[in-house]
Each structure stands twice: as C-alpha cells, then as structure tokens.
Design a protein around this ligand. Sequence first.
Ligand code: CMX
Length: 132
Amino acid sequence: MIKKIEHLGIAVNNIEEATKTYEALLNSPPYKTEIVEREGVKTVFFECGESKVELLGATREDSPVGKYLSKQKEGIHHIAFFVDDLKSEMKRLQKEGFQLLSEEPKAGADGKSIVFLHPKSSHGVLVELCED
Ligand code: CMX
C-alpha cells in the first residue's frame, strides 16, 4: 500500500549552492549527503515533517539527472511514495498498466529499495516507489 509522500526530488545545477538555499528555506541543515554511483548522482537530504526533500546533482552528464538538466531547467525531478510492500505494489501497478523502469527493486539513496515508473505512465511525472 502507498503510505505517504516520502520525498520530493529536486534536480539542481550546483548542489553546494542549492544546499545553502534549502538549509535557509527549511531552517535546518541536511541530515545526509550521499553519492549513488550507479545513478550518477549526489544527493543531499533534508527532513521536512514526515517527508523529505532530496536535492539531486549530477556526477555524470550521461546520468538520468545529467540528461534531465541538459534538456530542461532545474526543478522538481520526481515524487517518491513510501510503500509498505514494494514487490506487491510493483505487481499491482504493472497490472494497472504502469511502465516500471526495472523488473526488480534496486538499492537507492538513504537506505531504501526503490523502483521508478516511467513519467509517460503518470502524466509527465517521474514516480519513485521506495521501501525501507
Ligand atoms: N520527469 C518527467 N519527465 C522526464 C523526466 C523526469 N524526471 N526525465 C525524463 N523525462 C522525459 C523527457 O522529457 C522525455 O520526454 P519527451 O519524450 O516528451 O521529450 C522522455 O522522458 C525521455 O527522456 P530522455 O531525456 O530521452 O531520457 P531517457 O528516456 O533516457 O530516460 C527516464 C528517462 C525517466 C527513463 C530516466 O531518467 C530514468 O530511468 N529515471 C529513473 C532513474 C533516475 O531518475 N535516477 C536519478 C534519481 C536517483 C535518486 O533519487 O537517488
């Protein structure tokens, strides 16, 4: 079952600058910074009540975030929903006709197992499902 919005992912051109901006906006420092090599991304996480904000900076131009930033302006890149049973949600959404971007859950940032749905399946929004 989808339980809540876990985080919003924001793609940024300069992660150091954006970290300062979001630290000022949320009036709180980030709780975690992590490089996910497989995704070619540097992430900075802020807590925001029950949800989080994830800043995403590309570490490679050919990574998903690198390609995204080369084509469009920085801004909201994805919305991540927290699920209690990732495999059963994957089966349910596949049956509903959503295009999953991987057949199996992958290791994502912040200790989560994740899977993405193609933005064309969800009216132009890249959706991530994540599980602890
Ligand atoms: N939100 C909405 N639309 C997006 C998008 C995004 N984040 N990224 C790409 N698109 C759209 C493009 O605008 C393009 O649309 P048109 O066909 O209408 O022009 C289409 O998707 C294809 O885009 P592309 O640049 O050719 O990119 P690819 O097809 O190679 O890849 C995608 C697109 C979504 C499959 C790829 O970005 C992906 O696999 N994403 C999931 C993984 C990811 O984003 N990882 C980074 C975050 C990791 C983390 O959170 O830790």
